[in-house]
Write a protein that binds this ligand. Structure first.
Ligand code: FES
Length: 396
């Protein structure tokens, strides 16, 4: 893809970051936020989050590199909803509730594959990749129904910047454009639609917000991760927001290249440094294990308030050779260790202590503006009825 992308927004962030780096400052939030501790363990809060956040907002369901070819499909469970994603023969991505219109079982059980048709494993009804019911087993014996009324339940879906979002509640009318607030245009600079899918896996963790706080927080890096990668790292971050989506960027990195090169030649990779989060549940962090790479972490709540599951997806800019694949594998294993043994192990202890320790609130400092904004958005969404949702995002 050779589309020319507007780099001015990225360049403006570089310049803002340089000002802060030189002054040894960060852009701080206006005050310290007190967050009720029960937001992390109360089942009623969790139920509201499922309904008002995860079911009616676009979620990242897949990346293009996982299912690039016509016929590719993927299944997953997201916030309790079984989902089937397909790429039809025209190349268009579609999303459905993975539930047969006969008596409801999943029409596709494999996690991924390639198929023109989906034959339900229970009684053999057949569906196309566009979700149409195309065959009823022993149709004469079954009796007359209007097949056109019994396709799979379609979910709204969009594919942008090499990422695939879908909305789990078929009744949600929120526009993808309003939700993304132009953030997808920034993410296009990565060019993920042409990247190589290296590997993915799932890591179990604590309450989804306890887990997600860590992705918005550089404050903990030199402390919690001192024995792995954090020693000597800055604990400062600047946050840039598009609606609820935020880029997290340390103010002290990669300055030299910008000071010694004309702006028009600034390398886009350096301009994309830091962590790009996608509300409410995704983080994209850059690495160089085996060549330019990212780990996309997609969090989904578990069945109860105290559990979450993070799918870690390792994408590489180019397909690796054998040596690069070994490096990528080692990098990916290291990241699993850090997330599981440092971030989520700490989060699980945090969760147990909050639930049982009698503390009524927790604090987010002026230097933790990213997490402040995240929790404020979750709260606003819980308070906002469906008919006001579009307006909430439009205001930003
Ligand atoms: Fe699918 Fe019967 S449940 S064919």
């Amino acid at each position: 893809m050779n589309k020319i992308l507007d780099r001015s927004e990225l360049a403006a962030m570089v310049k803002a970051g340089m000002v802060h780096a030189k002054a040894h400052t960060i852009a701080k939030a206006p005050g310290v936020l007190k967050l009720p501790a029960k937001n992390y363990y109360d089942p009623a809060v969790f139920d509201a989050e499922m309904t008002r956040v995860f079911r009616r907002l676009p979620l990242l369901l897949a990346v293009t590199a996982e299912m690039p070819a016509p016929g590719d499909f993927k299944t997953l469970e997201a916030a309790g909803v079984p989902v089937l994603l397909t790429r039809d023969q025209d190349g268009e991505v579609r999303a459905f509730v993975n539930s047969c219109s006969h008596r409801g079982t999943a029409v596709a059980a494999e996690p991924k594959g390639n198929a023109r048709r989906f034959v339900c494993p229970y009684h053999g009804w057949t569906f196309s990749a566009k979700g149409d019911l195309v065959g009823i087993a022993s149709a004469d014996d079954f009796g007359a129904i209007d097949k056109s009324c019994y396709g799979l339940v379609a979910l709204r879906v969009t594919e942008r910047a090499g990422l695939i979002w879908g909305i789990l509640d078929p009744a949600s009318t929120l526009s993808f454009d309003t939700f993304l607030a132009g953030y997808d245009k920034l993410l296009e600079h990565f060019g993920f639609q042409d990247w190589h899918f290296f590997s993915s896996r799932v890591v179990a963790g604590p309450n989804w917000k306890i887990a997600y706080d860590g992705y918005l927080d550089f404050y903990h890096l030199p402390v919690l991760h001192k024995n792995t990668f954090g020693e000597g790292m800055s604990n400062q971050a600047n946050y840039y927001a598009w609606g609820p989506h935020q880029r997290v960027q340390a103010p002290t990195r990669d300055l030299e290249v910008f000071e010694t090169t004309p702006e028009a030649e600034w390398p886009v990779e350096a301009m994309l440094n830091g962590v790009w989060t996608i509300f409410p549940h995704v983080s994209i962090a850059s690495f160089d294990g085996g060549g330019r790479s990212v780990m996309i972490s997609r969090l989904l709540p578990g069945e109860t308030v105290g559990e979450s599951f993070t799918t870690q997806i390792y994408l590489m800019e180019k397909a690796p050779n054998e040596a690069q694949a070994k490096e990528a594998h080692d990098q990916f294993e290291f990241l699993k260790f850090v997330v599981e043994q440092e971030d989520y192990a700490t989060g699980l202890r945090q969760q147990a202590a909050l639930k049982n320790g009698g503390r009524d609130h927790v604090l987010f400092g002026e230097n933790e503006g990213g997490a402040q904004r995240f929790h404020q958005w979750v709260e606003k969404l819980i308070q906002t009825d469906d008919d006001k949702l579009e307006a909430l995002f439009a205001v930003g």
